[in-house]
Design a binder for this molecule. Structure first.
Ligand SMILES: [Zn+2]
Length: 282
């Protein structure tokens, strides 16, 4: 289960010759190559939500498969809105599709010919090969009190394979529903946000940022993401064996270089803890 990219999170689950991509952040196609996974093996993509750092490489995915004459279908699963995004990107492929390689008698397949969309909602359950996949809403966009009302949703995903269960939190704030949903999984791949360091980093790069914007960013980072302690609490409540922290927008942090983050998670969770690096496999 390689984690592909630290800042723009994507993960791949490989099963024989086939592979499932979870989110498709910027650089995912290159990171797949670095992880030794031919992107042609990806036959399913599951999007947790539609923030740009989780979908940025879909256009590249369509384009390279088009240029390489893909005919095998790719199914893209995701919350409502996925179809609009895919249709828009497919439309944007009209121009390069019409150009082809500029050779007479040669043409590309169009992404409309090989890309299918399945929009999913919390509680849905579906199978890919021998893996059963389920999803639940999380608090990345809104509080649990607002669940089941209109509005965009962000999902956490669970993969029950015959040999083990893996839960991906996607982006989320603290969420009792997700802790319940993750119960009994062996591996929890959870986002971790060190809000105070991210804000300090933002301020040093944007010294003129208004106090109001800094406060808003702080609110978003604290309420819609997980601190190391929140992630430890989630792992403990779910009773998983191993938690892997991902989606860390800070450079040079892994379990070896920044043991303080392992220690912060360990204050709440007694299982195995890893701060993931790009291309790690579990
Ligand atoms: Zn997000």
């Amino acid at each position: 289960m390689p984690k592909l990219h630290r800042a723009a999170p994507s993960h791949a689950i490989t099963r024989g010759e086939r592979a499932i991509l979870i989110d498709c952040g910027e650089g995912a196609m290159q990171q797949l190559m670095r992880a030794g996974i031919d992107f042609r093996r990806i036959h399913k993509i599951i999007l947790t939500h539609h923030h740009f750092d989780h979908i940025g490489s879909l256009f590249t995915c369509f384009g390279i498969n088009m240029m390489l004459q893909r005919t095998q279908p790719i199914t893209i699963y995701g919350p409502v809105g996925t179809r609009r995004i895919v249709e828009g990107l497919a439309k944007a492929c009209d121009v390069p599709n019409a150009i082809g390689f500029g050779l007479k008698g040669q043409s590309f397949p169009h992404p409309r010919d090989f890309v299918q969309v399945e929009e999913i909602t919390p509680g849905d359950c579906f199978a890919i090969d021998d893996i059963e996949i389920s999803c639940c809403e999380n608090t990345h966009y809104r509080s649990e009190a607002e669940f089941s009302t209109d509005g965009p949703i962000s999902l956490s995903l669970r993969f029950n394979a015959p040999d083990r269960s893996i839960v991906f939190t996607g982006d989320t704030g603290p969420c009792a529903k997700v802790a319940e949903f993750a119960k009994g999984a062996q591996l929890l791949v959870g986002e971790m946000m060190v809000a105070e360091r991210v804000i300090a980093q933002l301020q040093s790069k944007n010294p003129h940022m208004s106090a109001e914007r800094v406060a808003l960013m702080g609110k978003h980072l604290h309420e819609h993401h997980l601190s190391p302690e929140d992630l430890g609490d989630l792992a403990a409540h779910a009773g998983v064996d191993h938690v892997v922290a991902v989606h860390i927008p800070l450079d040079r942090i892994n379990s070896d270089s920044a043991p303080e983050y392992v220690n912060r998670i360990a204050q709440r969770f007694s299982g195995t803890i890893t701060i993931a690096d790009d291309l790690d496999q579990f």
